[in-house]
Design a protein around this ligand. Structure first.
Ligand SMILES: [Ca+2]
Ligand SMILES: [Ca+2]
Length: 77
């Protein structure tokens, strides 16, 4: 995936966030699946924990779209 728009990010976020728990929040498992399937070029496995922690600004254990978008924008330049 080359350039990803906010709209595309929103679709991807919704697809994975809705798998379990709160449909508007990504759990760590959901984030892992999202990155592995949609962004395989993002460094993975051992760094998912770090990415999740970086995204979860308010430390509630889940990632909202705003938290997700801020870090993805940075990861993708
Ligand atoms: Ca969820
Ligand atoms: Ca959060």
């Amino acid at each position: 995936m080359a350039k990803t728009s906010t709209e595309e990010l929103r679709k991807v976020f919704a697809k994975y966030a809705s798998k379990g728990g709160d449909p508007n929040q990504l759990s760590q498992c959901e984030l892992k699946e999202l990155i592995e399937k949609e962004f395989p070029n993002v460094p993975k496995a051992s760094t998912i924990d770090a990415v999740f922690k970086e995204m979860d600004k308010n430390n509630d254990g889940e990632v909202s779209f705003e938290e997700f978008e801020a870090v993805m924008a940075k990861l993708m330049g």
